[in-house]
Write a protein that binds this ligand. Structure first.
Ligand code: LRH
Length: 464
């Protein structure tokens, strides 16, 4: 009898339930449920609909019962930085605001009045991104201090869903690091920093490492889905889950986790919080086994998703990628530019950038996509140089994992701009990593090395 493990992988634009098992020495995946996700405008604020998402989580779990594949355990991963505040009765206080909302504008300055930007980096190793939890909490403190007074707990989004499933309030480590409030050495909350900022320390939950079983389903959830199973923490930050599924154990591996965001970097045993690292805007996020996923956050396929949604929402990404490959436009934009983080109109934002920089302006969707793909690949090449300077290692290939690894044209461009080989796949890296952490907890693999070897044996890797 196969043992099934359920990964619920929720990204900014969709969520999926994927069952994983090992058959004849290979990992087999089965997508049992898929649902849409996105931020909604609620009274002028960009919000996540966590109630709807939780209903989708339950619907997909029911599906497992319907097909007779009841998982041994379940784990949820999502994007980073966002959270809910809960009162004593476990009701959400205020809105569940998404990271692309503009409430954090100016909150960096508020934080730097208390601690300088350099000291904050030296202490946390987390890159400055205006949407980090630290700036979001500062926004709450400035605009709705009563929410912080009322709050009894702060749970990051995946932790909130794990709480809804198991009744246990805990904080998984990898997601916690995206808050910019974690000490990278103790791997626990930096309570001194939290006190300095005036956030109530009682709302922060105990930090647990990925791979920890936190309990079983609550009676209520068991009733709803028709079975019981364990709730095991994967690396709940999707990036950290994806990095687990890199199909190699080679010492010096450079990866790009490619999806809504492109996260490009390497794994390290210890954080690098040096000024040099800060200057290059690299971040030291937490990974499986307490490792550091050292990486740069690049705007990623969000830009492609946005122009497609604006101009031809029914076109497949495969078709768009193919059409872009025939374009000849030479213009490139700076994918790190903040104008692309949350523009009202991405098409105009890209055109505007080209206009301002005296370049040819893309007029069609394939031309826009071509500009974005080329810009991303160029950015990857620049970042590779920077990583090499920082680590002193020359990387001879890049492993691209995640949904974006299917974008053939982007892979070709990446090989062209970086001058190194590109190994693309697996596309479902995030779900695989989530599943691996549960399998490791269950004893399917002795260690991550064995698990990664199995990933390499189980999924096709395309070489460019
Ligand atoms: C990617 C991601 C990324 C960002 C965050 C906002 O999904 O987790 O690491 O930091 O979303």
């Amino acid at each position: 009898m196969s043992r099934y493990f359920l990964a619920i992988d929720i990204g900014a634009s969709s969520g999926r339930h994927i069952l994983g098992s090992v058959e004849n020495g290979k990992i087999v995946l089965e997508e049992v449920y898929r649902f849409w996700n996105g931020m909604d405008h609620v009274d002028g604020t960009l919000c996540w609909d966590v109630d709807r998402l939780f209903n989708e989580i339950i619907a997909g779990m029911k599906k497992c019962k319907e097909i007779g594949k009841i998982p041994v355990s379940v784990g949820i991963d999502t994007w980073g930085v966002d959270f809910v505040l809960l009162d004593k009765e476990d009701n959400i206080v205020g809105q569940t605001v998404g990271y692309r909302d503009h409430r954090t504008e100016g909150m960096d300055e508020e934080v730097y009045k208390i601690i300088s930007e350099d000291d904050l980096y030296a202490r946390t190793g987390i890159q400055k991104a205006i949407y980090n939890t630290i700036y979001q909490l500062m926004a709450v403190k400035k605009t709705h201090p009563e929410y912080l007074e009322k709050a009894d707990a702060m749970l990051m989004i995946p932790d909130y869903f794990h709480f809804k499933l198991s009744g246990k309030k805990v904080q998984e480590y990898s997601e916690a690091t995206t808050s910019q409030l974690i000490n990278p050495v103790t791997k626990d909350w930096d309570y001194e920093l939290i006190d300095m900022l005036g956030f109530p320390r009682g709302i922060f939950q105990k930090v647990l490492m990925p791979g920890t079983t936190i309990g079983n389903l609550t009676d209520e959830v068991r009733e709803l889905v028709g079975y019981d199973c364990k709730v095991v923490l994967p690396p709940t930050h999707d990036t950290a889950s994806a990095v687990m599924a890199i199909p190699t154990n080679a010492e010096d591996t450079c990866y790009i986790s490619s999806g809504t965001w492109s996260l490009m970097g390497v794994e390290m045993a210890e954080a690098n919080c040096s000024p040099k690292s800060e200057e290059a805007n690299f971040t030291n996020e937490g990974g499986y086994g307490g490792k550091i996923t050292y990486l740069a956050n690049i705007m990623g396929l969000w830009m492609i998703q946005s122009v497609r949604n604006q101009l031809a929402p029914d076109m497949s990404y495969g078709d768009l990628c193919e059409q872009a490959s025939h374009e000849t436009i030479q213009a490139v934009v700076d994918c790190q530019d903040s104008s692309f983080l949350s523009p009202d109109d991405m098409v105009e934002a890209v055109k505007d950038y080209c206009r301002k920089t005296n370049q040819e302006v893309p007029e069609t969707l394939p031309a826009l996509a071509s500009v974005i793909y080329n810009s991303l690949a160029k950015c990857y090449a620049e970042k590779l140089e920077e990583i090499q300077k920082i680590t002193g290692v020359k990387y001879d290939k890049i492993n691209i994992i995640g949904g974006g690894s299917n974008a053939a044209y982007l892979n070709e461009l990446t090989a062209k701009y970086t001058g190194v080989g590109v190994h693309a796949g697996p596309g479902e890296a995030t779900a695989i990593g989530n599943i691996l952490s549960q399998m490791l907890e269950d004893g399917t693999f002795a260690d991550l090395k064995e698990a990664r070897n199995c990933v390499a044996d189980s999924f096709e890797i395309k070489i460019y």
